[in-house]
Design a protein around this ligand. Structure first.
Ligand code: IMP
Length: 463
């Protein structure tokens, strides 16, 4: 049986915590898209682990698989595995031979292209994710399986690297000096990546992903499919072009692992929702509170938004720790956006949701949600929408119609988690029931704090 975990919003919904709780019953945890642009924190036996590529289940003794839909930076992979080993763990990580490899030139190009794009820049993580998926679609990528065969690796590099050099120097005007020169040097790349291939082979890490997983399922094992990022960052269903280059939605779970849609459809697809919104990067956000310079479109830091909105935004940002883990930059925040959630629930066919960060909103007098949008058409007409419009320009012309709920007080959240659903403050339950009713799915768990034990668990999808 499979359980697929999908981010319902813009990433950072707390998927790692859910994988951590439900993953205990899983034998295998698979990532199906993205690469080391993700970031999850796993707390296990009192130790905190920060991972960006290795599936979080590997910390807990599950087999962790990077599916064919992932893009793999072998340097990050081995750094993370080595660190886990140094800390006394024995992670069992497998990598799909069909997964594509992030090469150093992808990172260089990601950084430079972002600078060139100006207003169209998605604010990428500069890990080379987009350029690697571009090469995959352009049929000039290097796959994990190619690293195992020096002849094939050399042939691929000899074809693609001259093109990358030309792109770097002639289009982007990059000076190929020092480390940057090595990123475009066939011999250096060949030696480095051949060695990565030798290590992958020596440790028996590569698999034919779909076959490997199907055999496990046929043997009665439980498989968890772990999405990274979120629905509104999906390259088809998100806020294009301010998206990532893969499919965080449940369709990505089938293409990105080699398991059939019917196999995944027999299991559960759980949408992970944060009780409010946060966003790294630009693009429309109709329920945004206040703004963040450089990320909120047309935001003027001098005049700001209205003071109450800025104050609320700061409160939620501080309570929720909505600051970049590396840069410390504030993230954009906003009220929960129901059109965005309806879109996510349909796109992935959620069978249930988990709502996180309910404790973060505690202490507010009232809590709002964007129930629907009023969109101004180009002709100046107004239309009510209950889901997100297809183009980003239309989305930018949407104003949220807010509904107001009573706020809920602070509580002893550890006790609430222990005592269960009925122990949640009544107003919080009313808020959650509204969300579940609108999406027509049950709530399987509610996150009321950062720790794993601070979760009200109502259903175990593997049970
Ligand atoms: P990329 O995935 O590095 O190409 O970045 C594309 C967009 O996705 C940017 O707006 C990033 O901020 C966003 N993004 C990528 N990974 C994450 C994530 O794990 N959480 C939240 N946003 C992300």
């Amino acid at each position: 049986m499979t359980v697929t975990i999908v981010g319902a919003q813009l990433g950072d919904e707390g998927k790692g915590g859910v994988v951590d709780i439900y993953g205990e019953a899983a034998d295998v945890v698979v990532r199906y898209q993205g690469g080391d642009n993700a970031g999850h924190t796993v707390v296990h036996d009192g130790e905190t682990y920060k991972l960006s590529l290795v599936p979080s289940g590997a910390v807990r003794g599950n087999v962790g698989v990077l599916g064919n839909g992932c893009v793999v930076n072998p340097a990050t992979l081995f750094d993370e595995i080595d660190e886990l080993r140094e800390r006394g763990l024995e992670p069992d990580v497998r990598v799909a031979e069909r997964a594509h490899v992030i090469l150093p030139y992808h990172r260089v190009i990601d950084g430079v292209e972002e600078d060139e794009k100006a207003d169209l820049a998605a604010g990428t993580t500069k890990r080379g994710i987009g350029p690697t998926y571009e090469d995959k679609a352009g049929r000039r990528g290097v796959r994990v399986g190619d690293l195992l065969d020096p002849g094939v690796l050399r042939e691929r590099l000899e074809y693609v690297v001259p093109q990358k050099r030309a792109l770097a120097t002639e289009v982007f005007g990059i000076d190929l000096e020092g480390e940057v020169r090595d990123a475009f040097d066939i011999e250096v790349l060949f030696e480095t990546y051949r060695e990565f291939g030798e290590r992958l082979a020596a440790e028996g890490m590569t698999v034919d992903c779909g076959t490997f997983l199907q055999e496990r399922i046929d043997d009665g094992e439980a498989v968890m499919l772990e999405g990274a990022q979120g629905t509104s960052l999906d390259i088809d269903h998100g806020v294009y072009p301010y998206v990532t280059s893969s499919h965080p939605t449940a369709g990505g779970a089938t293409v990105g692992t080699g398991l059939g849609p019917t196999v995944i459809g027999e299991g559960e697809v759980i949408g992970i929702v944060k009780a409010y919104l946060s966003r790294v990067g630009t693009g429309p956000l109709p329920t945004e509170l206040g703004g963040v310079e450089g990320q909120t479109p047309d935001y003027d830091a001098e005049t700001g938004a209205d003071d109450d909105a800025e104050e609320l935004a700061t409160y939620i940002r501080d309570e929720g720790g909505e600051y970049g883990t590396v840069t410390g930059r504030p993230r954009r925040v906003g009220w929960l956006d129901l059109p965005m959630l309806r879109h996510a629930a349909r796109t992935s066919g959620f069978t249930a949701i988990v709502v996180n960060h309910v404790d973060t909103l505690a202490g507010l007098d009232e809590v709002k949600v964007g129930h629907s949008y009023t969109m101004r058409t180009r002709d100046g007409e107004e239309r009510t929408l209950t889901t997100v419009p297809p183009t980003t320009e239309q989305w930018a012309r949407c104003e949220a119609n807010l509904r107001t709920f009573d706020g809920w007080p602070e509580a002893d959240w550890a006790a609430v988690a222990e005592d269960g659903w009925d122990a949640l403050p009544e107003a919080a339950r009313a808020y959650l029931e509204y969300v579940a009713g609108e999406l027509d799915v049950p709530i399987y768990a509610v996150g009321v704090g950062p720790g794993r034990e601070e979760t009200v668990v109502r259903e175990d999808p593997f049970a």
